[in-house]
Design a protein around this ligand. Structure first.
Ligand SMILES: CC(C)(COP(=O)(O)OP(=O)(O)OC[C@H]1O[C@@H](n2cnc3c(N)ncnc32)[C@H](O)[C@@H]1OP(=O)(O)O)[C@@H](O)C(=O)NCCC(=O)NCCS
Length: 156
């Protein structure tokens, strides 16, 4: 996780303790190409059955982008709880993330729409009061499959 954080422009390099706590408390998927870690997703599974999966971060190192890694990570996340919708937040100027989210929703036969900022706790969405991310909901009917290999570091 630290290596991916160091390589990605819009993520912070976190301490080992922070990353370990995320692995212990949340759902973290690491993507590898061969033995090389190339990306990860960080997900909070809402405590209520009616809660969505909150995708707090998906990050892929620049050298591995536009090869379907993020899409595969999101697809695996979706499989974690096929009955749940998926919530995520993006900055309006993050063109890549917006396109990815749209592509992902379509790939699982779901629809994506903006929701009010007040709809979910910022902590569940994974951003701070000072950040101007805006939330989206992906309303879906079923999951999809992918062919990449993954290490499931942990889940709640
Ligand atoms: C956004 C990010 C995760 C995409 O990762 P990726 O592995 O390159 O994405 P994929 O290859 O799975 O892309 C799947 C689809 O998403 C869309 N997409 C992804 N990145 C895109 C970009 N930079 N511009 C336009 N569309 C993009 C495309 O539709 C793409 O399909 P295509 O390549 O067949 O056209 C990666 O650029 C990244 O880590 N950025 C920095 C961190 C970040 O901003 N994360 C998102 C907010 S949490």
């Amino acid at each position: 996780m630290s290596w991916v954080q160091a390589e990605c422009e819009s993520t912070y390099i976190q301490s080992v303790e922070y990353n370990v706590s995320k692995i212990e408390q949340q759902f973290v998927l690491l993507a590898r190409i061969g033995e090389q870690p190339v990306g990860f997703s960080l997900v909070f599974i809402g405590p209520e059955e009616s809660d969505p999966l909150f995708i707090q971060l998906v990050a892929v190192v620049p050298a591995a982008r536009r090869r379907g890694v993020a899409l595969a990570l999101l697809s695996r996340v979706a499989e974690r709880a096929p009955e749940r919708n998926i919530a995520l937040a993006t900055l309006d100027n993050n063109v890549g993330a917006l396109a990815l989210n749209d592509h992902f929703a379509k790939s699982i036969g779901a629809s994506i729409r903006r929701v009010p900022v007040s709809m979910y706790r910022r902590s569940h969405l994974g951003f701070a009061q000072s950040e101007s991310h805006r939330p989206w909901i992906i309303e879906r009917s079923h999951g999809v499959h992918s062919s990449l290999s993954f290490d499931k570091d942990s889940h709640t």
